[in-house]
Write a protein that binds this ligand. Sequence first.
Ligand code: ADP
Ligand code: MG
Length: 316
Amino acid sequence: MKINRLGEFELIEQIRRQFAGIPSPGCEGIGDDCAVIPVTESEALVVTTDMLVEDIHFLRDRITPYELGCKSLAVNLSDVAAMGARPCGSFLSVALPVSTDTEWINAFLSGYHSLSETFSVPLLGGDTTASPDRLTISVTAIGRIALTDIKRRSAAQEDDKIFVTGTLGGSAQGLIDIKAGHGDTLLAKMHNNPKPYVNEGIWLGRQSSVHAMTDISDGLASDLLHILQASGCSAEVTIEKIPANSSIKLAVTGGEDYRLLCTVDSRRATEIAENYRREFGEPLYEIGAICKGEPAICWKENGVVATIDWKGFTHF
Ligand code: ADP
Ligand code: MG
């Protein structure tokens, strides 16, 4: 069978099952934004790895090497933030075609360095190899967190309110702009320069009334479903409340916005949103609620159930 018939998430599930028999005492592995490795009785390390492949994740002539350096680290810091953790180190591996200019790699490293400096994340190692053809970048990021603060995808509870930390769909629209040759639009810039919600993630991690959290890398429809599947519940999302800066379809299905998506105890939801705004000067957007039921999203528009079948991004 070809891999595109199996599907990305089915393949990951197959890998998970194959390795499930090997004991991993105290650790939590495949299935969340980061693996969790407890290191003391009160603290854990979280670890994530994400790869960027030329012509799959980026077009080399449509993103500056500086931007790509920032983005490679940003997407990993986003997964650390999604656990509520503080990033404490990264590893950078690059497979470079022999024709790569040293100016290109220097600008790339300069971007990676700048984001590392912004969030005080030291580069602790990596690997450097030649590549026969395309450029590939693989980053591993590590974070620290108190065991009590860890935000898992599996912790959503019935009646929780659902929030996102920023606008949605802009990155997907930006990619459309870039492919159409309009790399200078605001959304194209947004696509190439994702903001990792590092401090926001740490703050949300410390709030006990924030239950489940993930980051939106594959689109709201896909990433909210991951929370629902892990938590065994359903959700109702109000379409007109989605903070879209593109078409609603792209806001629901478009990937790479890297906003945080969290569920909050409904009794504390207003207070959390107010405190968040005071802390960061930006809104936490409430878009819906968690309900009892099979993992599925009920989309509502003006109080009426909207029959849409939009799915997020998958690789195969
Ligand atoms: P994210 O979008 O948050 O980076 P992914 O969808 O890439 O998460 O991965 C979901 C989960 O599957 C994560 O826990 C990740 O570590 C795990 N995973 C993905 N690919 C593999 C693989 N090849 N081997 C083991 N685990 C994997
Ligand atoms: Mg993630």
